[in-house]
Design a protein around this ligand. Structure first.
Ligand SMILES: Cc1ncc(C[n+]2csc(CCOP(=O)(O)OP(=O)(O)O)c2C)c(N)n1
Ligand SMILES: [Mg+2]
Length: 795
């Protein structure tokens, strides 16, 4: 595939024809992307009067870059993130590649239709990485490259599947996002390779024209991180002009021209260019000879001939880099936002839409007959057959698999039971410690645990040891592309951690940046579909710092990446270690986040059930990622046989209430002992009271929402877990809810059957201390539970 030689400057007739075909593709992409947006805004009926929106200028800016990539250089195994606002161009390309229908294109931004920004789950398998929250898709390509190396070095990838490059087409304002730099640094540490970031340097963001000389800084940053930087500033016409007398002063003028002036002149067009250049350079020798023969339009075309709009310049640069090796490379391609459209260069063009009148002028220029707007090859100098044949001959047109670019990987068998840690009588165990033990047990890789042990990959942002991944890591080693010995171990210095690194290792150690954790979890969690090798990724992080990576976590869920998130320690129960390390809002995040089932077990037996559930649920087509919120507070462990289904459904009666009971206590997580102690006292007065163990407010609440939805669509649906659990309580009974987190996570229970709720929890944070002091202060101790019971019982 793709064995073209670098384009030579002396073109053969074949080269000229190829170029003309590519120019025809550029024209089509410009037309179709603009038409998709126009159609959505001006032609499709609008029922609510709200703006539909779209970004014709952002699309136009990147047409040549995408054409050079998809229609010349990219191969089917490459994995690509297209800048969000070029979504319509992406779909138009797929129309030309025969992978998208015109009918679908007409649904842009409609209900059930093509999404505004490329979306894996909504737009289908041609989208490798969703984009939308700027910066995240870009960074994800780096982690994708690392994950691809991980599975290939271990021999997990399907035989014969070629390795792909990872390519991001980046809006220049995306480089303002800090997560880009976090990813660059992490990528450097892991020595990533074959990553290309192609920056659409139109020097415009949403609000404004970007600062001059900014790219000098950014270029330096890339180089410092070990990247190659290729700047594509001028197209071929300008480069040829610079070699003529006076050309050098023209180049200097352009180099010195502020971004905003260049943009304004581009918008104004040829006459304005001429007046300005004459005023500034009219006396320079040779300049008149360059400009005078050109019409205004020709002069404008010359001045707009930037590298990012010159397909030959782009192809030459991409091919040269392709041949040069696998060093990560940043291409800075100078472009004009809105190139070829009436608002080209205007600083306010980000969300600008062509008017109906402008669109008619554009239609005429593009040679499109009314009624043929969606025809793939309408209005071109080549016949549809020629265009199709050319496109079919391109590397990217080859199919990665018979069914397309989305791969699959068989399920990994999970044993029916995970080992529950044994705790000697009188000893306590925290869920965090139990997690470390269970994982280390799996890590022995014995018997039926071998297949899953091979596919688990753990990762953590510098909290590997403090989240209890240490024993697992000691068993399975740290992943690195290169073999690196553990210096402390070699020198026989005592340490509990054995940290040798090699391609066999199964833990990816990250720096502290939490967004990187969630990005790599997203890449690991898509490994079956992107690299044909299913993994069981586990990421550990301190619970409060889920917030620090939240947008990246939401992003991973939005792509339906499958991972197990273990956040620990959590709440205020980390006690003296608290202060800013306390977490309050995370149970609510767990409830609100789609495609993520979240749980907070209190005991090791519950945890073992939930970890097993997670490994299996992550692999189900209708499953999701799973989040376990754990604690460092040791609890005495009950001896019992639990019903896994109830633990997974979100809760069970630790002590069932009598029929018609007036009161119950519902607890979640490490406050179990306080709830239990209060319950014993309560039972002396209220022998029928119940004690409810909540393992997941998220699952209980979701189950309830689902059952109400079912009920609305007709009778006969099964009641949800929480409806069943609360059924024995008397109408109007009271329930005291308690958790080490925001009380809103459980107080909705009052709505299920109209029970009265006294909700205990934490609504303020930031105070360290020991558990007795903190639980007393925040109202989580036995006395607080009993007070709440009394309040409910006394009305
Ligand atoms: C995280 C995030 N913040 C803000 C936005 C809103 N937004 C969308 S596009 C944009 C500017 C994009 O500029 P650039 O990346 O240069 O794209 P282009 O010029 O190619 O349109 C902004 C601020 C967003 N999509 N994501
Ligand atoms: Mg921009």
């Amino acid at each position: 595939m793709n064995q073209q030689l670098p384009l030579s400057r002396s073109e053969t007739p074949d080269d000229a024809r190829r170029l003309a075909l590519l120019n025809a593709i550029e024209r089509k992409l410009l037309w179709i992307s603009a038409w998709m947006i126009h159609h959505a805004n001006h032609i499709r009926p609008n029922r609510d009067g709200l703006k539909v929106g779209g970004h014709q200028a952002s699309c136009a800016s990147v047409i040549s870059i995408l054409t050079a990539l998809y229609f010349d250089i990219l191969k089917p195994a490459d994995r690509i993130a297209v800048k969000p606002h070029a979504g319509p161009v992406f779909h138009a390309m797929n129309l030309l590649l025969g992978r998208q229908s015109a009918e679908r294109l007409a649904t842009l931004r409609a209900f059930g239709g093509i999404q505004p920004y490329p979306s894996r789950i909504k737009d289908g398998g041609e989208v490798d990485f969703s984009t939308g929250s700027v910066g995240l898709g870009v960074a994800l390509t780096s982690f994708g490259s690392l994950v691809q190396d991980y599975v290939r070095l271990k021999g997990l990838a399907p035989e014969g599947l070629a390795a792909g490059r990872h390519v991001a087409i980046v809006g220049d304002a995306e480089l303002d996002e800090g997560n880009i730099y976090e990813a660059l640094l992490e990528g450097w540490k892991h020595d990533i390779r074959s990553v290309w970031w192609v920056i659409d340097y139109n020097r415009q963001s949403l609000d404004s024209v970007v600062q001059d000389r900014l790219f000098g800084r950014i270029e330096g940053l890339f180089r410092d991180m070990g990247w190659n930087v290729v700047t594509l500033k001028y197209g071929r016409k300008l480069q040829a002009t610079f070699t003529r007398p006076g050309g050098e002063s023209l180049r200097r003028w352009i180099d010195d021209c502020p971004n905003s002036l260049y943009a304004a002149l581009t918008f104004q067009g040829g006459a304005a260019w001429r007046a300005t250049l004459l005023a500034d350079l009219g006396r320079e020798e040779g300049l008149r000879a360059i400009m005078d023969p050109l019409s205004d339009d020709e002069l404008a075309a010359l001045m707009n001939n930037l590298g990012g709009h010159d397909i030959e310049t782009l192809m030459e640069a991409f091919r040269a880099q392709d041949a040069a090796g696998d060093q990560p490379t940043c291409f800075i391609a100078y472009t004009i936002k809105g190139m070829g459209l009436p608002f080209a260069g205007h600083k306010d063009n980000h969300a600008g839409l062509m008017t109906k009148e402008q669109m008619e002028v554009f239609r005429t220029a593009m040679n499109i007959r009314p009624g043929h707007e969606w025809d793939e090859f309408e209005g071109l100098e080549f016949s549809p057959e020629e265009m199709r044949a050319f496109i079919a001959s391109l590397p990217f047109a080859e199919k990665l698999t018979p069914s397309g670019r989305a791969l699959t990987s068989p399920k990994i068998p999970i044993p029916a039971l995970l080992p529950v840690p044994k705790v000697p009588a009188g000893r306590k165990l925290s869920t965090q410690a139990a997690f470390g033990e269970i994982l280390a047990g799996i890590g022995r890789g014995e018997g039926e645990f071998a297949p899953m042990a091979e596919r688990i990959v753990t990762t953590s942002p510098d909290v590997t040891v403090s989240t209890n991944l240490g024993p697992w890591v000691n068993r399975r080693g740290i992943f690195d592309r290169h073999l690196k010995n553990d210096v402390f171990r070699d020198a026989k210095l005592a340490s509990a951690q054995r940290w040798g690194m090699s391609p066999e290792g199964q833990h990816i150690e990250l720096g502290i940046a939490e967004q990187n954790l969630f990005l790599i979890l997203a890449a690991l969690g898509l490994s079956d579909r992107l690299y044909g090798a299913r993994l069981l990724p586990i990421g550990t992080v301190y619970d409060p710092f889920v917030n620090r990576g939240l947008d990246a976590m939401i992003y991973g869920c939005y792509m339906d990446a499958r991972f197990l998130l273990v956040s620990t320690p959590s709440g205020i129960s980390l006690a003296a270690e608290g202060g800013q390390h306390q977490s309050v809002n995370t149970p609510l995040i767990g409830m609100a986040q789609d495609r993520l089932s979240s749980f907070e077990p209190a005991f090791a037996d519950e945890l073992a059930i939930l970890m097993r559930h997670a490994f299996s649920h992550m692999q189900e087509p209708e499953g999701s990622s799973v989040w376990l919120r754990l604690s460092t507070r040791g609890l005495a462990q009950p001896e019992r046989n639990l019903d896994p289904a109830q633990v997974i459904a979100g809760g069970y009666w630790m002590v069932p209430p009598a029929e018609g009971a007036r009161i119950a206590i519902a607890y979640q997580g490490p406050v179990a002992p306080e709830a239990m102690a209060a319950f014993e006292t309560l039972r002396e007065e209220e022998p029928g009271a119940g004690l409810l163990a909540v393992t997941s407010p998220d699952r209980l609440h979701q189950g309830w929402l689902d059952s109400r939805k079912r009920a609305r669509s007709g009778p006969g649906g099964k009641p949800s877990q929480i409806e069943r659990l609360l059924a024995p309580l008397a109408p109007g009974a009271g329930i005291v809810t308690i958790l080490d987190g925001h009380p809103a996570a459980l107080d909705w229970m009052g709505g299920v059957r109209g029970h009265r709720i006294a909700a205990l929890g934490v609504d303020r944070f930031g105070q360290g201390g020991d558990i007795p002091a903190l639980y007393a202060e925040y109202g989580l101790d036995e006395a607080a539970v009993l007070d709440a019971c009394a309040e409910l019982l006394l009305g």
